[in-house]
Design a protein around this ligand. Sequence first.
Ligand code: NAP
Length: 263
Amino acid sequence: MKIGFIGGGAMGEAIIRCLLAKKVAAPQDMVVSDISPARREFLKSEHGVTTLTDNVMAARNADMVVLAVKPQTLPQIMGELRGLGPSQIVLSIMAGITLSTLSNGLGHACIVRSMPNMPVQIGQGMTVWTSTPEAGEEQKEMARTVLGSLGKELYVAEEKYLDMATALSAGGPAFLFLFAEALVDAGVHIGMPRPMAQELAVQTILGSAHTIDRTGKHPAELKNMVTSPGGTTTEGLFQLEKGAFRALVFEAVAAAHKKAQSF
Ligand SMILES: NC(=O)c1ccc[n+]([C@@H]2O[C@H](COP(=O)([O-])OP(=O)(O)OC[C@H]3O[C@@H](n4cnc5c(N)ncnc54)[C@H](OP(=O)(O)O)[C@@H]3O)[C@@H](O)[C@H]2O)c1
């Protein structure tokens, strides 16, 4: 599969790294266009991919064209890329950019819109994606293979779930990093050395996430299993409930969702 990348920044590179690690594509199958000379030099020496300044050239012989730039640069890029071949598939990872914006702007029908998240940088991402009806089974399979190499992928038939995923799974890592930071600081506050607090917090989050995943149990059931009557955990949970922790999480996700819909 020949893949042309428009933009080789943080996300573009993360995808390249995953594709190489999972052997979905070889360096010679990938062409990256980026306006930054430093980025081009880095991507070429680090990953052996071909780098260019010309977006049209990067897309020319590609089976799949990955749009991995910030949304502000999109109007210019869509103008440049008009006239793609009908069998070429466009894969966008841009937050808030709809299938119809892409399809109208590019004058192209076969499009996949996806929302990966930051852990794709270590191949542990969560990507939600959808496509235009014009994307055939073969093209969707190509998208599934590429997005599956980034971690977990989930196809949705309805585009509305993309803005929801932007709030929950794409914003989620930042919410969890904030929680992790707070847990470490809380450990320091009660007298624990900072490196020890960090080690405990990280393994606790990791182990808890794996437990939800492997047991398949509802998080509330697992929470109840570690909360003994009159014990220490219930004391802590009471403070979180008093501070409306749960409602605050609802509000955070709803605010991010509203913002995603406003682009
Ligand atoms: N980061 C995340 O966690 C995340 C998650 C999901 C989706 N996304 C989406 O991924 C997209 C890319 O994000 P990112 O974090 O990878 O951004 P980024 O690091 O800024 O990467 C974009 C790259 O494209 C280059 N570029 C700018 N204008 C260009 C042009 N006209 N032609 C070719 N290349 C151009 C930029 O160069 P300069 O830096 O020199 O401008 C930069 O190297 C965004 O639309 C974002 O919504 C990001």
